[in-house]
Design a protein around this ligand. Structure first.
Ligand SMILES: O=C(O)CCC(=O)C(=O)O
Length: 305
């Protein structure tokens, strides 16, 4: 029997399914599967002091390849699942000579990006860092093509998320290519998670637009960021107030990344407006939950040894 060609009408919204669906997490692969790994006490105290922890192995080479293939499909605006994206910016850079692809909602469209939410190598550190149940907020794709990849300006994630409260959020940035200083890896200002919440000063234009809202000491700290170089499949976790950004990609290789944003179960809606585009609103003060915000790990789940 031949399979129907996927169209906008018959393509399932994978947000209906709150458990893994496909091959991404299959354990029967010949490559060694990344097992569930806890952060050490040293890694947890490093996060507490500096606001991030990096070099966490999440994906094996087969999984990286699956996600790259799926990414290539959904970057095309003609993809039949395109309407499921909450946001889709083929180029978010205002610089006509640069490209920064940015999209929210891939988990609703392909099995690999869907199942990534339930990857134990992500969920175990997330549960430790949030010290509670892990609820999905949204995913993001950030891709810089070879030669003319654009910047991500310095910012704090929570500046964009004040419509969800209290601030008990966490970001996991997963490299789908080796991310290096040369191709625009993520950069962190260690310790900036202890700064006050800063206003939004732009995501993809002037890298240093944040200057106007920093005091002299903060500006000085920004001159010495950490470049978070990662191998494809590795991740960095950061605090919602961590000041971070990334530079241009002028190399001959793309720099692609998948980002998972989660919060501690119990975080509430702070607005009567929809929290994401295309999602029904959750009344202000009500816990965020439902089809678009699955509980990925409950508080009671046993921690890995
Ligand atoms: O991929 C990048 O360069 C930036 C990612 C980012 O800003 C984020 O994950 O919050």
């Amino acid at each position: 029997m031949s399979q129907a060609t996927p169209t906008q009408d018959n393509l399932a919204d994978l947000a209906e399914f709150h458990s893994p669906l496909g091959e991404l997490l299959a354990a029967d692969d010949s490559d060694a599967t990344i097992s569930e790994q806890s952060l050490s006490a040293d890694q947890l105290s490093f996060f507490d002091e500096y606001g991030y922890v990096s070099g966490i192995q999440i994906l094996d080479p087969r999984q990286v390849e699956q996600l790259r293939e799926e990414l290539a499909g959904i970057m095309d605006p003609e993809h039949p699942g395109h309407h499921l994206f909450h946001e889709f910016h083929s180029n978010e850079s205002p610089d006509p000579n640069r490209v920064l692809f940015h999209a929210l909602g891939a988990w609703r469209i392909t099995p690999g990006f869907h199942d990534l939410l339930w990857h134990p190598a992500f969920l175990q550190p997330a549960a430790q860092l949030l010290a509670g149940g892990v609820r999905f907020w949204h995913d993001q794709l950030f891709c810089k093509p070879a030669k003319h990849g654009g910047v991500v300006a310095w910012h704090q994630d929570y500046s964009y998320w004040t419509r969800t409260q209290p601030m008990q959020h966490l970001t996991c940035w997963i490299a789908l290519d080796d991310a290096t200083r040369e191709n625009g890896c993520l950069q962190y200002v260690p310790g900036s998670h202890r700064w006050d919440l800063l206003p939004i000063t732009g995501l993809a234009g002037d890298m240093h637009a944040i200057r106007e809202v920093l005091n002299d000491k903060q500006w000085e700290a920004l001159q010495n960021p950490v470049h978070v170089e990662l191998r494809a499949g590795q991740a960095a976790f950061h605090h919602p107030l961590m000041v971070h950004g990334s530079g241009e990609n002028n190399t001959s290789r793309p720099r692609r990344a998948a980002v998972l944003n989660v919060f501690r179960d119990g975080v509430c809606s702070g607005s009567d407006e929809p929290l994401l585009q295309g999602v029904p609103s959750i009344p202000q003060g009500e816990p965020v939950q439902g089809k678009f915000f699955p509980l990925l790990r409950s508080k009671e789940a046993p921690a890995a040894s």
